[in-house]
Ligand binder design. Structure first.
Ligand code: C2E
Ligand code: CA
Ligand code: CA
Length: 462
């Protein structure tokens, strides 16, 4: 039996070891492994603490959010390791320039944050931009990605951490989209925009139950003869004061606010009610609905959609659900389960905006995707730019080899239609045939085309 003193000493040492381990674990949980800066979670907590302390001492605090320019390009051309080195180097620079009490964090990807005194923010932003603009030596190569910086000040601009981050992000966004200056401070113009957004947010929440979100329809035509075979459902917001708003004005906001699921539901229900009779009467075969990548991370998404579909007169086989490639970035397991569940019910799946992002044809081999929609940015140049025509030609070729059908979007002129048809594209959609229209106009058009002896409005010459 060891002496009790020795036992106590051993125990004390063991406890100290465990505590050191715990501290290390905590530190690791708080830091970003690449840069050693705070990670997003730890940063959010530290910022709240920092603001509470500043409030007690009546101090001002500035938040600088930093986003590297061209990082993706560097990462793609120099490789991920070089990208990691660059991020670590940026982290080290931020750390070196920080004063005691400052917070430095990597918020994710190539986004960083610095929290410091709220005095003289213009000069601080200038200095930060200059420091970050210095070239870095990565594997002996001078690399200068440059950085965009957005700034907001507590309590002058924002009264809490959430607003402070939102406002600094708005300032950053202005730099990113405005070009020119490397940094921007939240100001009266951005405040007015933020108020407008807040109002629009409140109105959007009200608009859904009020039935202001309505489905519009754009025909999808057979490439061979221009016959309308289906419709794509596109959401419109009939705003009481601002008139008709297109998705660009509210879908991104709805995604941010977590309202997109309810919008998609409302649009889906209204669209089925209008379009199911068209399918029943043989006027069209297909109704195509858009879903947000956000929907695919909702565990109940497919079950709810199937339930709702069962309450309509639309057969599952006439429904196409359009998903974008961004879902590949998310929880693929969950997205795959939704896709497979829908496919098992006979619902078709289309991959939307193909050619804008990852264009991962491989995903098609492992998922029950029947249709690919070629993005209109590709179609715009297809008849003019030989490289784009070759690219689209080979996409069509690959898709055919995989047994996937192709819908070209945004077909605006005969030249594009001719090329696409010759290259073996199955279906087309675009202003050449028809713009999106309300249900009544769509119905009138379908009925007119169904009249005996009536040729399709627009045949594609060949
Ligand atoms: P998308 O799914 O790629 O829809 C096609 C967009 O291209 C539509 O814009 C359509 O009006 C437009 N378009 C069609 N033909 C042409 C053409 O020939 N030329 C040009 N320049 N544009 C054409 P819209 O209606 O503004 O919708 C924009 C996007 O909003 C849609 O892109 C879709 O991603 C999203 N969206 C629309 N409705 C919904 C919805 O109910 N739910 C969700 N989650 N997203 C929706
Ligand atoms: Ca679409
Ligand atoms: Ca599209």
């Amino acid at each position: 039996m060891p002496h009790p003193d020795r036992q106590i000493a051993e125990l004390t040492a063991r406890v100290a070891e465990l505590e050191a381990e715990r501290a290390q674990t905590l530190r690791l949980a708080r830091t970003d492994s690449l840069t050693g800066l705070l990670n997003r979670g730890a940063f959010t907590a530290a910022l709240a603490e920092r603001l509470a302390a500043a409030r007690a001492r009546a101090e001002t605090v500035a938040l600088f959010v930093i986003d590297l320019d061209r990082f993706k390009h560097l990462n793609d051309t120099l490789g991920h390791q070089a990208g990691d080195l660059l991020l670590a180097e940026i982290g080290a620079r931020l750390d070196r320039s920080a004063k005691a009490g400052d917070l430095t964090a990597r918020l994710g990807g190539d986004e960083f944050a610095v929290v410091t005194s709220g005095a003289d923010v213009q000069r601080q932003a200038e200095a930060l931009a200059a420091a970050l603009g210095q070239p870095h030596s990565i594997y002996g190569r001078a690399v200068a990605p440059g950085a965009s910086i957005g700034v907001a000040v507590f309590p002058t601009d924002a009264a809490d951490a959430a607003d402070l981050q939102r406002f600094a992000d708005m300032a950053l966004y202005r730099v990113k989209t405005g070009g020119g200056r490397r940094w921007s401070v939240f100001d009266a113009e951005l405040r007015a925009e933020s108020e407008r957004r807040r109002t629009l947010e409140a109105e959007l929440r009200r608009a859904i139950p009020a039935g202001e979100i309505e489905p519009w329809f754009q025909p999808v035509v057979e490439a061979a003869d221009g016959r309308i075979v289906g419709v794509e459902v596109l959401a419109r917001w009939r705003h009481p004061e601002q008139g008709l708003l297109s998705p660009a004005a509210f879908v991104p906001m709805a995604e941010e606010l977590g309202l997109i699921g309810r919008i998609d539901e409302a649009v889906f229900e209204a669209a089925c009610a209008r379009a199911a009779p068209w399918v029943k009467r043989g006027l069209i075969e297909l109704v195509s609905c858009n879903v947000s990548p956000r929907d695919l991370v909702d565990p109940g998404f497919s079950r709810k959609l199937i339930g709702r579909l069962a309450q309509t007169d639309l057969p599952a086989s006439a429904l196409t659900v359009e998903i974008t490639e961004t879902f590949l970035l998310q929880d693929l397991g969950l997205a795959r389960r939704h896709i497979e569940r829908l496919a098992a019910k006979g619902v078709q799946i289309a991959l939307d905006d193909f050619g804008t992002g990852y264009s991962n044809l491989r995903a098609l081999m492992h998922l029950p995707i029947q249709t690919v929609k070629l993005d209109r940015s590709l179609i715009a140049d297809v008849a003019r730019n030989p490289r784009v025509s070759r690219l689209v030609g080979s996409m069509l070729h690959t898709a055919r080899a995989l047994g996937v059908s192709i819908v070209a979007e945004g077909v605006e002129d005969e030249g594009q239609a001719l090329f696409l048809r010759a290259a073996g594209c199955d279906r087309m959609q675009g202003y050449l045939f028809a713009r999106p229209m309300p249900a009544e106009a769509m119905e009138a058009r379908l009925l007119a085309e169904a009249l005996p002896g009536t040729a399709p409005r627009r045949r594609v010459a060949g």
